[in-house]
Design a protein around this ligand. Structure first.
Ligand code: ADP
Length: 317
């Protein structure tokens, strides 16, 4: 087969490991494999290059993506997707492996509906693709968040402060939930729990009165202006309070072994599925088994974070 591979949308650690796995598995199968630069934008522009083994050497442990990523909102239009298909036809590429998040999946689905064989690989730090229990990049971002929160805890304790730490995860609270549990946060606020500001302020004041030296609040992005929230906590609770937005550091860094392993498994699995004639699907792991789901179904699945973990937080925070 002649297969294309691209990375699209927000980058995530492990994208390179995924590209490597796809390329190596394809070559082992005697396929020809083509790297497409800058996501769907590069596809439309014809930025396509045939890859050899050597093109993916020394990238397994590197953050970012050697293919680059870009956003092309116009990919929503059929006329723009037709330009992409023309480029695929020009290069005789019959199948496309799309590495990214749900936006990338939507693009892959639209191409599939137009007759292109596509496979989606979940690669996003937010863990917001419900057809896979874990997405590539989540483990690394979780490590980064935990490392930062541990450091903030040290200094919060010394200064008897409250620390509010904003982590990524717009649609899915997993990064906040997992990092909050792993770092013993007193409060974890996600889009699933919502922010009950009055209760938070009151609890923090009670904590302070009870003599607790510090408090850690982990909150998902987009739920509050955390700098303003810190001011309100300071005014009300008696704690000095600082807000920290972790931001894009969560997107970078060398992928963890878990992310590398997931990348290797899902990359090879995607090539296997193409050879079995199974396309228009998203790959993932469920109960640690490889699994595929039609992309349309994957996009419709509820991606809210783990209920059991939410209950656990109520008992141990
Ligand atoms: P992610 O894949 O990380 O969720 P985006 O939401 O930015 O990132 O989507 C990546 C790209 O996927 C977009 O820039 C666009 O090219 C394509 N895409 C997103 N939504 C659609 C859509 N509704 N139709 C076609 N293509 C889309």
């Amino acid at each position: 087969m002649r297969i294309g591979v691209l990375t699209s949308g927000g980058d995530a650690p492990g994208m390179n490991a995924t590209i490597r796995a796809v390329v190596r598995a394809a070559l082992a199968n005697k396929d020809q494999i083509f790297g497409i630069y800058d996501g769907y934008k590069g596809l439309v522009e014809g930025k396509i290059q045939e890859f050899t083994r050597k093109d993916v050497s020394e990238i397994l442990n590197k953050g970012g993506t050697i293919l680059g990523t870009a956003r092309l909102p116009e990919f929503e239009y059929e006329s723009v997707r037709k330009l992409a298909i023309k480029q695929l036809q020009k290069n005789d590429i019959e199948a496309l492996i799309c590495i990214g998040g749900d936006g990338t999946y939507t693009g892959a689905l639209r191409l599939h509906e137009m007759g292109i064989k596509t496979i989606g690989i979940p690669c996003t730090i937010d863990n917001d693709i419900a057809s896979s229990e874990y997405t590539i990049g989540f483990s690394t971002a979780l490590n980064t968040a935990c490392d930062a929160i541990d450091r903030l805890r040290d200094t919060s304790s010394s200064h008897q402060r409250c620390s509010i730490i904003e982590v990524m995860g717009r649609e899915c609270g997993d990064l906040a939930l997992y990092s909050g549990i792993c770092c013993g946060a007193e409060y974890i606020i996600t889009n699933e729990t919502g922010l009950d500001k009055d209760r938070l302020l009151k609890d923090l004041k009670d904590n302070r009165l009870a003599g607790r030296r510090h408090a850690i609040v982990v909150i998902s992005e987009n739920l509050a202006d955390v700098y303003q929230l810190a001011k309100e906590v300071e005014d009300y609770s008696g704690y000095e309070c600082r807000a920290t937005i972790l931001g894009y550091v969560q997107r970078g860094g060398a992928p963890t072994p878990e992310d590398r392993l997931l990348a290797a498994r899902l990359g090879k699995y995607s090539i296997d599925l193409l050879h079995e004639g199974i396309t228009g699907v998203a790959v993932g792991v469920v109960k640690n088994e490889l699994q595929y789901t039609p992309i349309e179904e994957a996009l419709a699945m509820n991606n809210s974070s783990n209920e059991e973990l939410h209950k656990l937080v109520q008992k141990i925070s």
